[in-house]
Design a protein around this ligand. Structure first.
Ligand code: KG4
Ligand code: ZN
Length: 356
């Protein structure tokens, strides 16, 4: 096995085409030699959300070029690549297939191992691209499709402590943004709107805040916001509503994370690390609030770099590297899994009649 293996990582699960080259390092923190991320915002903007067929077509058109760019920028020639890793799920099946097929053909032409990666595991491990973190740690994963608390006990070893019973947090940000007339993708822009508003102007609900342990719920917020937007006219009121939404989310996460701390500590833990990852972890207000909570409870709050919160191939390469070192390779018949989970034993918690 190569002394400092080099992994070519590929991410195409949704609307980002990304290729990265990363190399193992004695420090335990791999070197990101390149990480090219090409977003498709312009393609989906006019539809107000991701259109799977358009996303897949764009991946097909761009993947070769992005891979070439990533190799060029890294200064690495293809014959130095030790393995090719690609996201195998969860995500849009026709998008996942583009990256997977590209990765399989590249791996077989180079005669190196092919490794399928769980996209959520990429987010879960992403701070390891710049920080040494030891297992186990508590994870709050907040992205466009997922919101969950997990105990990360090792590579591929997760125990879910809580999850959303309806919308994901990124989805709640995007839907609220849409109601406020902010163009797709609304999450990051909503945060900017909020900076200009009064966070105490509107009182919004905090669904299941006093029940359901550290499970989460955001759908009720969307309904409340829809009702309020019907009666507001001025730009300032929109800023105030955005600020009130941002503040409510911060408070929900503060309260629920505190419950998750207790759950996590039930199994004797030596070091109290709290990792917050996924696209929404880029939100500065949320970062600030969860750092405050962590300081109050002797936890260390750890975030990925802002540019590694959203979807990117460096985090896929990172999981690929960890798997490579354990010789956890995949066969060429590995298929895309649109519903891949982190804790395979956790029950499905969505829809009416769910008991929390
Ligand atoms: O992890 P990610 O890039 O893709 C998924 O795996 O889903 O997360 C994307 C989500 C989107 O909903 C986006 O609006 C949200 O993350 N997001 C934010 C911010 N930046 C991205 N939400 C709130 N504040 C932000 N600054
Ligand atoms: Zn993601």
């Amino acid at each position: 096995m190569n002394k400092s293996p080099i992994i070519l990582g590929i991410e195409t699960s949704c609307d980002e085409t990304s290729v990265s080259i990363i190399q193992d390092n004695d420090s335990g923190i791999p070197k990101i030699l390149s990480n090219i991320v090409s977003s498709q915002f312009d393609i989906h903007k006019e539809f107000g959300g991701v259109v799977p067929e358009l996303a897949a077509r764009s991946h097909v058109e761009k993947i070769n070029l992005i891979a070439k760019k990533a190799l060029e920028e890294s200064g690495i020639s293809l014959d130095k690549v030790s393995a090719v890793a690609a996201t195998s799920g969860p995500g849009l099946i026709i998008c996942l297939s583009v990256g997977l097929n590209f990765a399989k053909s590249l791996a077989s032409s180079l005669n190196v191992p092919f490794i399928g990666v769980n996209h959520l595991e990429g987010h879960a491990l992403s701070p390891k691209l710049h920080t040494n973190i030891s297992y186990p740690y508590l994870l709050l994963l907040i992205s466009g499709g997922h919101s969950q608390f997990l105990s990360v006990n090792g590579l591929g070893n997760y125990r879910r402590l809580g999850t959303t019973i309806d919308d994901a947090l990124g989805e709640a940000f995007d839907k609220t943004a849409k109601l406020l007339g902010i163009e797709f993708p609304g999450g990051p822009k909503l945060e900017k709107f909020a900076e200009k508003g009064d966070p105490n102007k509107f009182k919004l609900p905090k669904p299941i805040i006093n029940k359901g342990g550290c499970n989460l719920s955001f759908a009720g917020l969307k309904t409340a916001i829809l009702r309020i937007t019907k009666n507001i006219n001025s730009e300032q009121e929109k800023y105030d509503l955005a600020a009130s939404f941002q503040k409510t989310i911060e408070e929900i996460l503060y309260i629920k994370s505190k419950i998750a701390f207790k759950e996590f500590l039930k199994n004797s833990i030596s070091k109290k690390s709290f990792v917050i990852a996924g696209g929404v972890a880029a939100n500065r207000g949320i970062r600030k609030k969860l750092i405050q909570l962590s300081n109050e409870n002797n936890f260390e709050a750890i975030f990925p770099d802002i540019n590694l919160c959203g979807d990117n191939a460096a985090m896929i390469g990172l999981v690929g590297l960890e798997k490579y070192k354990l010789k956890k390779f995949d066969n060429m018949d590995l298929e895309a899994s649109p519903r891949l989970a982190l804790d395979k034993n956790a029950s499905f918690l969505k829809g009416s009649g769910v008991k929390i």
